[in-house]
Ligand binder design. Structure first.
Ligand code: FES
Length: 232
């Protein structure tokens, strides 16, 4: 089938403003949007810039806005978006070039919640034992691939880049509810700050776009509840 693909292009070192470039090409309807981008780059315009690595929805590199919705280019089929495709970089993060955004602010927020197990208690030669029920408590939030689709779909994040954002909250949730971890109170104190969970207005955009189907809004609400419970 013949499709038209409009891509928002911008090279801050060359261009005063972003501009749209449209390509007409023949593709298979079962091609993914990532295949389309590769075809454009390899056969039409080698200067087109975007991130990708695994091509199978695991690495989280190719999140972008496809027909107005945040998604991984490797998980969207042409037949699902039709013959007119509009692609933009993720919103709310500075554009480095074309579809590549600067992920530093995103990872800074992620690092601020201590996204690792904290437990200095000696265990000798044993493992830190956990029941299946305890493991289930945070199963959903282990699925995050840090693609930033959630945080950059959030209207609160667009208007206030200091909001810690859904992805950082999801990764805090993964450890706060881990029975082996001992830094839950510290993380909850960070999330209770001015730019933490209370900035969330339950817009559900993050949950709608998550390519791993994580119940993000539910996780945010669980954190809000936990902050109140531990204050008592
Ligand atoms: S290229 Fe790795 S998630 Fe799409």
């Amino acid at each position: 089938m013949e499709i038209s693909v409009s891509i928002k292009r911008y090279d801050p070192e060359e261009d005063d403003l972003p501009y749209w470039e449209t390509y007409q090409l023949e593709v298979d309807q079962m091609d993914r949007v990532l295949d389309v981008l590769n075809k454009i780059k390899w056969h039409y315009d080698g200067s087109l810039t975007y991130r990708r690595s695994c091509a199978h929805g695991i690495c989280g590199s190719d999140a972008m806005v496809i027909n107005g919705r945040n998604a991984l280019a490797c998980k969207v089929l042409v037949e699902d978006v039709g013959s007119r495709i509009v692609i933009e970089p993720l919103k709310g993060l500075p554009v480095v070039k074309d579809l590549v955004v600067d992920m530093d602010p995103f990872f800074e927020a992620y690092r601020s919640v201590m996204p690792y197990l904290v437990n200095d208690e000696p265990v000798g030669h044993q493992e830190r034992i956990q029941t299946p029920e305890e493991r289930d408590r945070y199963e959903d939030t282990t699925k995050c691939i840090l693609c930033a689709a959630c945080t950059t779909s959030c209207p609160i994040f667009w208007s206030n880049g200091s909001y810690i954002g859904p992805a950082a909250i999801v990764n805090a949730h993964r450890f706060i509810f881990d029975s082996r971890d001992r830094a839950g109170d510290q993380r909850l104190a960070i999330l209770a700050e001015r730019d933490g969970v209370y900035r969330c207005r339950t817009a559900f955009e993050c949950t709608e776009v998550c390519p791993r189907d994580i119940q993000i809004t539910k996780a945010i609400e669980e954190i809000k509840r936990e902050i109140l419970l531990r204050r008592k």
